[in-house]
Design a binder for this molecule. Structure first.
Ligand code: KE4
Length: 425
């Protein structure tokens, strides 16, 4: 007898490539069928067969307040009743832009788009338009969405499937994309030396979260800031994951490094399709209609999406101690998980910062794309399925992150740690 999820998956595969609208959802690398989720509530999600899970994916980052937060739901309901979309200027877009500029000091001006991919694509075009240069440096293992120029040694689903590049991307689209090694400043200096005066920008995930979680080592982010200043290139922080997650002002606040441009997504939409890119006024002034770098979008700044994002960001900004509590709770959780795996003599490397974490099954310290790839994906597969069968829903790929939210209860986290103890046994 097929489960409802299996029946839906068979139907989906007939009409959607791979049966999913994003490869990371396919459960391919863990050799299982995806669970079709029908609803969520706080830190729980429920599948079509009535199974309940403690959710550590949280829609890959957006659900930092958990599912169906009443204030977010109410704000969306209100907006929906006024009209879904006008393609005209609206009040909520101004409020959203003002709120992002207030919460992230390095952002003086910001443009809304519909996804993190669009935010990165637009930020890169802006950097090229502002500097008049073409080349871009990215890091192996970092994922910046699926815009052509970024599909070079990318992380996330490409790393999971072992396709560092993508078919359908002509050489001309990636000719100007240079790849450096995360946590290796010399590899960045070499690229600048080999391409003097040609590099428009360097884009980095200030915490790598698409090759599993890889932390910036002491001096790495500061080093990037210094090199970009020296070379007249823009430093772009891709904070689609870390933005409004590590701190109100994201990784740039957490690590106290000021980028020239920042890309956002996920949390700023509260679960609705939203991306944004912003930075210094003089840089954003090149963007049409103010300047001659063109970027547009039918649903950019959509009032319903803004309503969801505004409600979520306001709670994050106005809840006293939200980040201290979330980061303290998460730190304790990951440290205890690490201790259980160490005591159980499970070869692993657990990287975590704030409410982001990842368990690699390797003896190595994971600090870049190569060391991340040393993880035993078979061991990961057994870990993943053991947890899933016991109601713990984590990313179905070694090269993704675990996300905690403000509503993951101490009781639920204790339950998960007990499952990990049982796993180790
Ligand atoms: P979207 O286009 O998926 O909204 O954002 C692209 C993106 C850009 N930058 C960073 C640092 C990102 O992590 C992402 C998207 N992250 C993946 C999960 N690792 C999204 C999940 C998916 O592709 O379905």
């Amino acid at each position: 007898m097929m489960t409802k999820s299996q029946t839906l998956f068979e139907r989906a595969k007939r009409v959607i490539p791979g049966g999913v609208n994003s490869p990371v959802r396919a459960f391919g690398s863990v050799g299982m069928n995806p669970r079709f989720i029908c609803r969520g509530q706080k830190d729980r999600i429920f599948d079509e067969d009535g199974k309940e899970y403690i959710d550590f994916v949280g829609s890959w980052g957006p659900m930092i307040l958990g599912h169906c937060h009443p204030a977010v739901t109410e704000s969306v309901e209100q907006a929906v009743r006024e009209g879904l979309s006008f393609g005209a200027a609206t009040r909520r877009e101004v409020e959203m832009a003002e709120l992002i500029c207030e919460m992230v000091p390095s952002v003086e001006m910001v443009r809304m788009v519909n996804s993190g991919t669009e935010a990165v694509m637009s930020a890169i075009r802006t950097a090229r338009g502002y500097t008049g240069r073409n080349k871009i440096i990215k890091f192996a293992g970092c994922y910046h969405g699926h815009t052509d120029a970024m599909l070079v040694k990318a992380g996330s689903g490409l790393m999971t499937q072992g396709i560092p590049g993508s078919a359908g991307v002509p050489e001309g689209c990636t000719r100007d994309t240079l790849t450096a090694i995360y946590n290796d400043l010399d590899s960045v200096r070499e690229l600048f030396a080999a391409n003097p005066g040609e590099i428009a920008a360097l884009i980095v995930e200030p915490v790598g979260a698409n090759m599993g979680v890889v932390l910036p080592e002491e001096g790495f982010l500061e080093g990037l800031r210094g090199i970009c200043d020296q070379e007249g290139a823009l430093l772009i922080f891709d904070e689609v994951i870390t933005g409004f997650r590590l701190a109100p002002d994201g990784a740039q606040g957490y690590y106290q490094i000021t980028p020239d441009l920042t890309t956002f997504g996920k949390i700023i939409g509260g679960g609705m399709p939203v991306g944004a890119y912003g930075g210094r006024k003089e840089i954003l002034s090149v963007v049409a209609p103010l300047g001659n770098v063109y970027q547009a979008g039918t649903l950019s700044g959509n009032p319903v999406a803004m309503a969801a994002g505004l409600a979520q960001l306001k709670i994050l900004k106005d809840t006293p101690g939200f980040y201290d509590d979330l980061n303290r709770k998460s730190d304790a959780f990951f440290r205890e998980m690490d201790r259980i795996l160490t005591d159980g003599k499970v070869p692993h490397c657990l990287n975590h910062v704030g409410s982001l974490g990842c368990v690699f099954f390797t003896e190595q310290k994971v600090r870049d794309y190569t060391s991340a790839q040393s993880s035993d994906t078979e061991a990961f597969r057994s870990w993943f399925s053991y947890l899933l069968e016991r109601g713990v829903y984590t990313a179905p790929s070694q090269f993704e992150a675990l996300f905690l939210s403000g509503v993951h209860s101490e009781e639920d986290l204790a339950k998960v740690l007990q499952v990990v103890r049982d796993y180790v046994k």
